[in-house]
Structure formats: structure tokens, C-alpha cells
Ligand binder design. Structure first.
Ligand code: HEM
Length: 377
């Protein structure tokens, strides 16, 4: 998408688009405009408030689709579990998970990086935090993939069936948790729901689904897209191998250069808004293209160059403003551990096929490869 974004940033940075259903929306591609929209509360996330209560999708009753004050309440309920300090305490455990996965590969000289490593690592971690069985990870993947890719080739019936299965699964799990409460995050949320006031049953299911989906759909692509960037830039890979202490910077650059989130940062105008001379009408969708903003030459010098020594890069991969990614400390730690462990154990890792043969996932919400087959000696 990058050449298209570049043209838009140059010629049409606040771009009015018509969707197939005839409705109008806007696409924001420059960095400064993106920050402005993300920080302006007139661009609302609350679909229910804007479009009425009969939203088909049960998964919108969470912080990502809420405005203040509901947003603060819903985020506050889970915030403690994701602070940098709490997350740092998980470092050695996450390292253990990464090592175990690489100790148990199907083959000694090759792997499918997504299936065998980049996907299981974050799903194991978020399942443990929430207290859901890690063995159900394939179900979570199936359900959340079809929700995330729903804008593309998933038939409506399959999408609806998966939503139903996911909802039934979570409801059954909550029922079990009510009887046997543990010290995991779901237990805390179930108790908050039972105590009344703090969150409704609908919100409970929606918040947990969001954490499962957001907890792995993006980090898998941070690891996958990050490894791809290193394999495409062998001099950067060699630099990182010789200076492992660059890993923190390297992950920030991977997030900027090949960000995992493409279009999910959408908002709706809650009133008529004059945005730099463009008339955005109440109810119109505004899409902030984070991947484009992060390649904006006005903000980043040599924006198309992948440079892991880039310092203090204020990229937007985790968004900005009140919805700034809650899981950013966790995603960063998982990314750093995953990439450095891979490089330490398989410094000669290579793609099994030509990079142009790799297939990207459909849909516009996340940007990541379906599979990354790699080999090593
Ligand atoms: C929000 C990106 C990993 C949980 C967001 C947003 C972005 C984002 C761009 C803001 C969306 C918007 O403003 O509309 C990413 C990326 C990740 C990642 C690139 C990995 C590299 C995670 C993880 C979790 C998580 C591991 C697990 C807990 C959330 C939640 C929100 C969110 C709960 C909603 C926050 C709110 O609305 O206040 N993420 N995310 N994310 N993310 Fe992440």
C-alpha cells in the first residue's frame, strides 16, 4: 500500500471516499493530521451512541468503541494488568515460552514462523493473563481471524457462526468462573460484573473478546513483519546480531516501518466538522491510516528506509490519545523477546521462498503475512 499512501499524502491527504454502499467517508494519511484526529474527541468511537443500540456485533461494547466517561470506566477495570511494571515482571516467563516453542519445532532445520512461533507466543501469554485454557488457542485464532478479516472474503454466515461460537464459549467460561473464582483477569472482571455498577454482562463479554483478539492478532504481525524487514535488510539483521542491545530501537523501527495495524483506527464524526477546509458531516467515517502516517517524510527523515538505529521515533503504530494501545508494554516486550531469541538461536535464518511469493492476509484491519516459511542450518 505504501506507494498509494505516498501519492495520497502528496496530492490528497484528506481524502473523501465513497464506499460500495454509497456512504461517504474520509481517509487521513499525513502524520500531523492523523495525530489531530486521534486527539480530537469530536471524532467518536461510540457506534452505539451514534447509530443506535441494535448493533449486530456484540463485540463493540468495550473501551475501543467507547467515548468518555464509559471509556475511562472500561479501561480502568483492566488497566492494572497491563502497566509497564506488571508486564516487566513477566519477562522471564515470556522468555521461557519463547524458548519452549523453539525447542519443540516440528523440524530441526525449518519452520513456518507464523504458525509455530509468532502466533502461539502472544496467544499463550494473553490466555494466561485472562485465565482461559491455552489449549483452546486454535479456536481463538479461528474466531478472531474471521472477525478481523470480516471486511474481505469471510462469508456472512461463517462470520455470524463464529461470533455465536465465540460468545457461547465465553459465556460458558464466565459461568464456570462464577463458581470457581481464581486470581486471573477474567475472575476479577466477573466479580466486578456481579457486584453490579462497574460493568454490564454485555460489556464483560466484549472486553474479554477484545483482549483475546487485540492480545494476539497484532503482536503476531509485529513479530512476522519485523522478521520480514530484517530478512529483507540483511545488513540491519547483522547489525542487530552484533549489537543485541539495539533490540529496543529495532522493535520501534519495525513498528514504524511495517506496522501491524492498518485501518482499524477509525472514528465517526459526532457533529459536522470543518477539518482544514474539508466539511466532514456528522456520522461520516474517518479512517486514520497509521501505516501511512508512519512513512510521512515531513515527520520522519528517509521515512522509507528501515534503520534500526533510528532514535526516539514517535511512530503511531499504537495509536495516540485516549485509545493509545493498552497492550503496548506487553507487545513491546513480546516483540523484543521473540526477535532477539530468534536471532540468537537461528542467526542464519532465511526465507524458504522468494519474498514475492509470500501472501498477505486479506482485510484492511491488520497487516501481516499468512505464512512465513523460513529455513536454517
Ligand atoms: C488499542 C495497536 C498489541 C490491547 C490499540 C490501538 C492501536 C493498537 C493502533 C488504538 C486503536 C484506535 O485508536 O482506534 C496495537 C499493536 C500491537 C498491539 C500494533 C502489537 C504490536 C496489543 C496487545 C493487547 C492490546 C498485546 C493486549 C492486551 C489493546 C486494547 C486497545 C488497543 C485493549 C483499546 C484501548 C482503548 O480503546 O483505550 N492497539 N496493539 N493491544 N489495544 Fe493494541
Amino acid at each position: 500500500p505504501y506507494p498509494v499512501y505516498e501519492k495520497l499524502r502528496e496530492n490528497n491527504p484528506i481524502f473523501k471516499i465513497m464506499f460500495p454502499n454509497g456512504e461517504f467517508g474520509w481517509m487521513i494519511t499525513r502524520y500531523e493530521d492523523a495525530v489531530e484526529v486521534l486527539k480530537d474527541n469530536r471524532f467518536s468511537k461510540d457506534m452505539v451512541k451514534l447509530f443506535g443500540p441494535d448493533q449486530q456485533n456484540i463485540f463493540v461494547h468495550n473501551m475501543l468503541f467507547a467515548d468518555p466517561p464509559d471509556h475511562r470506566r472500561l479501561r480502568g477495570l483492566v488497566q492494572k494488568a497491563f502497566t509497564p511494571r506488571t508486564i516487566e515482571g513477566m519477562r522471564s516467563h515470556i522468555q521461557q515460552i519463547a524458548d519452549d516453542l523453539l525447542d519443540n519445532l516440528d523440524s530441526p532445520d525449518k519452520m513456518n514462523l507464523i504458525d509455530e512461533f509468532a502466533f502461539p507466543l502472544p496467544i499463550i501469554v494473553i490466555s494466561e493473563i485472562l485465565g482461559v485454557p491455552v489449549e483452546d488457542q486454535d479456536k481463538f485464532r479461528l474466531w478472531s481471524n474471521s472477525i478481523i478479516d470480516a471486511t474481505s472474503d469471510v462469508p456472512v454466515e461463517v462470520f455470524e457462526q463464529h461470533i455465536q461460537e465465540f460468545t457461547d464459549y465465553l459465556n460458558a467460561w464466565f459461568a464456570k468462573t462464577r463458581v470457581e473464582t481464581g486470581d486471573d483477569l477474567i475472575s476479577q472482571l466477573v466479580m466486578a460484573e456481579e457486584a453490579g455498577e462497574q460493568l454490564t454482562e454485555e460489556e464483560l463479554i466484549s472486553v474479554v473478546a477484545l483482549l483475546i483478539i487485540a492480545g494476539h492478532e497484532t503482536t503476531v504481525n509485529l513479530i512476522g513483519n519485523g522478521v520480514l524487514a530484517l530478512l529483507e535488510h540483511p545488513e540491519q539483521r547483522d547489525l542487530l546480531i552484533s549489537k543485541p542491545e539495539l533490540i529496543h530501537n529495532a522493535v520501534e523501527e519495525m513498528l514504524r516501518y511495517n506496522g501491524p495495524v492498518e485501518f482499524s483506527t477509525s472514528r465517526w464524526a459526532s457533529e459536522d466538522i470543518d477539518f482544514h477546509g474539508h466539511q466532514i458531516a456528522k456520522g461520516e467515517l474517518v479512517i486514520v491510516a497509521l501505516d501511512s502516517a508512519d512513512r510521512d517524510e515531513q515527520k520522519f527523515k528517509d521515512a522509507d528506509v528501515f534503520d534500526i538505529t533510528r532514535e526516539k521515533s514517535p511512530h503511531l503504530a499504537f495509536g495516540k490519545g485516549i485509545h493509545l494501545c493498552l497492550g503496548a508494554p506487553l507487545a513491546r516486550l513480546e516483540g523484543e523477546i521473540a526477535i532477539s531469541t530468534l536471532l540468537r538461536r537461528f542467526p542464519d535464518m532465511q526465507l524458504q521462498e522468494d519474498v514475492h511469493e509470500l501472501e498477505w492476509r486479506p482485510g484492511m484491519i491488520v497487516r501481516g503475512l499468512k505464512e512465513i516459511p523460513v529455513k536454517f542450518k
